[in-house]
Design a protein around this ligand. Structure first.
Ligand code: AMP
Length: 422
């Protein structure tokens, strides 16, 4: 299947080809025709599935067809609401890329920076606005933004919006939208509160679902290291001393933890930076750019800061600490193994985190293979063997073939060769 089958206009096809896209991803293949028919959409898809293009391309095509005057003020016709600044910026970049042969204007609105340049762009007139909820409400209250001409509304990463406590802001924005509109709702997971929100926004939506949790987990090669908390730092440095790890996104649970890990790595001579919500927008953006340009080899992030980090060919994700919510594990490892590339996810598990590991194994319906031969094994033999055991018994009848599997000792470089990564 190629993009030409999707009835897209020439300037968009040209832009996609310039981006190097040849084949639509499953969500694009399913969602684009539905959206061009002007139906509402409920998309169950996480970042990494190509969902941004799945909504950006039809929005551009629809607005191009009804294009107004070339110059002067124009009403905002499409609004994309997304939870983080990083996501907003990335969505803006996608609109710029896919719309580069069109004359539509878009702008990105987010908090944590002065509003002046944002209000200037709004005054000049934009067709498409990408915004985080807080700053959007601010600008609405100051009457810089009016939503009465919105024809297309996208709520992106709805589950994160709720997690991050934006529900009231989101509802306030929705209350200002015209009733007559096309709405798109994306969420990686659909717990009851999220689907309730979807019901209030969508009208007779078509539901499209891609990459369920288990398939993400299958794509990425995973291994777990049982290690005492006090040895995690040494184990991380030991692993990163292997140059086969070209770039790694390391997850820490807290902002303070992320800073500390980055400092430890720097002391050990490993290029690392931390990214989290306490840093200024500029510092975060800089860290991200350095990582994307491969100037920084290791980026240490908290979960919220890492949302939307989109680095092509990220080779490794390392869970320095395991998340207590198992879905978060799947979100994290989904940062690697993108678009058909192999990825590797390594996790450190200390005695206190064993129950998190059990929950993760249950969610992904397999036991993450254990690296049983590394320089910093858990002190207590009982702890180590006990965990190996519990991890293995999680695989139940072993139908997935991982029962008792050991990842061996050379998972880093060895795995790359074994799994045939480029
Ligand atoms: P997203 O899920 O929107 O964050 O997209 C994930 C990544 O896939 C981004 O780096 C996109 O540039 C890339 N991408 C999206 N659609 C395609 C496609 N059809 N072919 C190749 N890459 C794509």
């Amino acid at each position: 299947m190629s993009f030409t089958k999707l009835a897209l206009i020439e300037p968009i096809l040209k832009a996609l080809s310039a981006e190097g896209y040849t084949t639509p991803t499953p969500i694009q293949e399913q969602a684009i025709p539905i959206l061009l028919e002007r139906r509402d959409l409920l998309g169950c898809a996480q970042t990494g599935t190509g969902k941004t293009a799945a909504f950006a391309i039809p929005i551009l095509q629809i607005l191009e067809a009804e294009k107004g005057p070339e110059r002067g003020p124009r009403p905002i016709k499409a609004l994309i609401l997304t939870p983080t600044r990083e996501l907003a910026i990335q969505i803006g970049e996608s609109f710029a890329a896919y719309g580069k042969y069109l004359n539509l204007r878009h702008t990105v609105i987010f908090g944590g920076v002065p509003q002046h340049s944002q209000t200037l762009a709004l005054k000049a007139g934009v067709d498409i606005m990408i915004a985080t909820p807080g700053r959007l409400l601010d600008l609405m209250n100051q009457r810089f933004v009016h939503l009465q001409h919105i024809e297309l509304f996208v709520l992106d990463e709805a589950d994160r919006m709720l997690d991050m406590g934006f529900i009231h802001d989101v509802k306030k924005v929705i209350a200002k939208l015209p009733a007559q509109r096309q709405s798109l709702f994306f969420s990686a997971t659909m717990p009851p509160d999220v689907s309730k929100l979807a019901d209030t926004i969508l009208r007779k939506p078509v539901r499209v679902e891609v990459t369920p949790v288990s398939s993400t987990a299958e794509k990425v090669k995973q291994a777990v290291y049982f290690v005492d908390k006090t040895d995690k730092k040494r184990l991380l440095i030991h692993l990163l001393n292997d140059k086969a790890i070209e770039s790694a996104l390391v997850f820490a649970r807290t902002k303070h933890g992320a800073d500390k890990v980055a400092k430890d790595l720097l002391k050990a001579g490993i290029q690392a930076e931390a990214i989290h919500g306490n840093k200024s927008q500029n510092a975060r953006q800089r860290a991200l750019t350095n990582f994307k340009n491969r100037q920084t080899r290791v980026l240490v992030a908290t979960d919220i800061a890492a949302r939307g980090i989109d680095v092509d060919e990220l080779s490794h994700v390392i869970n320095y600490e395991l998340p207590n919510v198992p879905e978060t594990y799947v979100h994290r490892i989904g940062r690697t193994g993108r678009a058909g590339h192999d990825g590797i996810a390594l996790s450190f598990c200390d005695a206190e985190e064993k129950e998190y590991l059990r929950d993760i194994n249950k969610l992904i319906t397999k036991s993450i293979p254990v690296v049983d031969n590394h320089p910093y094994p858990m002190e207590t033999a009982a702890a180590s063997s006990g965990t190996g055991q519990s991890s293995r018994t999680q695989s139940g009848n072993g139908a997935n073939g991982s029962r008792g599997e050991s990842a061996g000792s050379d998972f880093r470089g060895g795995s790359r060769r074994r799994f045939g990564r480029r």
